[in-house]
Design a protein around this ligand. Structure first.
Ligand code: ZN
Length: 241
């Protein structure tokens, strides 16, 4: 598990118009001007640690788009963009993975056991802090290619999860004005979301079974928009707290 945790805390902040660029994140700094964390939040309360999870990875590709693209890479690309935005804004961020890998313990044999270990390790990170907010990034799939649009699933263990889901769903309405989806309470089948003890939402960014949405989700530009959308919804939630 230790090798799978990538604790990154960068002391460069983006508050009150002071822009500091870090590595590749500089290209995004102009775009986040309207999304930056209000100074009042910083001074009045301690920011939560943000835990980001890119669903699947390694042998587990997750669902696959109509063009044959597995969700694991799309999830990761969105996570990395979102992480940059959060770091620029002064958040402490940890991620379950930042490469295309399963994060099971070494020495575990067999895909089922590796998957189980991988999920346990993700959950361990989600429950590592008392003051954390957790986001798990996935793509959806359905038998009917008609369906599209993002949908949030929230955890029942912390009542703030529902508020977080509402804030994120609302943010997605700016990106997808036609989206009328409602937030949903997650069931046990969404293991990580269900057993997380912190405010947690699983973000299903869109449907890879819908050809148009799948094409969009596979572009760098749209992935950046999705990352900004999650970032904006997360900031609104934290501002309300
Ligand atoms: Zn998934």
């Amino acid at each position: 598990m230790k090798s799978a945790n990538h604790k990154i805390l960068i002391g460069t902040l983006f508050f009150g118009g002071a822009i500091a660029c870090i590595g590749g994140a500089s290209v995004l700094s102009e775009k986040i001007a309207s999304y930056s964390v209000p100074t009042s939040i910083i001074s009045e309360q301690k920011l939560p640690v943000i835990i980001l999870d890119a669903g699947h990875g390694g042998f587990d590709g997750g669902c696959v788009s109509t063009e044959g693209v597995p969700e694991k890479g799309i999830n990761l690309n969105i996570l990395l963009k979102l992480r940059d935005l959060l770091l620029i804004s002064g958040y402490e961020v940890e991620v379950t993975r930042d490469t295309d890998t399963s994060i099971h313990d070494s020495g575990i044999e067999g895909i089922a056991n590796q998957k189980s270990s991988d999920m346990d390790n993700r959950l361990e990170l989600f429950n590592k802090y008392d003051n954390a907010v957790c986001i798990s990034i996935h793509q959806n799939q359905f038998t009917d290619p008609f369906y599209n649009g993002a949908q949030m699933f929230y955890s029942a263990t912390d009542s703030r999860s529902e508020k977080l889901a509402k804030s994120l769903q609302k943010s997605f309405q700016n990106l997808q004005p036609e989206n009328k989806r409602e937030i949903k309470l997650c069931g046990k089948e969404l293991f990580l979301c269900y057993y997380s003890e912190n405010p947690t939402v699983m973000v299903e960014c869109g449907f890879l079974s819908n050809p148009d949405e799948a094409s969009l989700l596979n572009t760098d530009e749209y992935q950046e928009k999705v990352a900004l959308t999650i970032f904006s919804g997360l900031n609104s939630f934290i501002s309300e707290k």
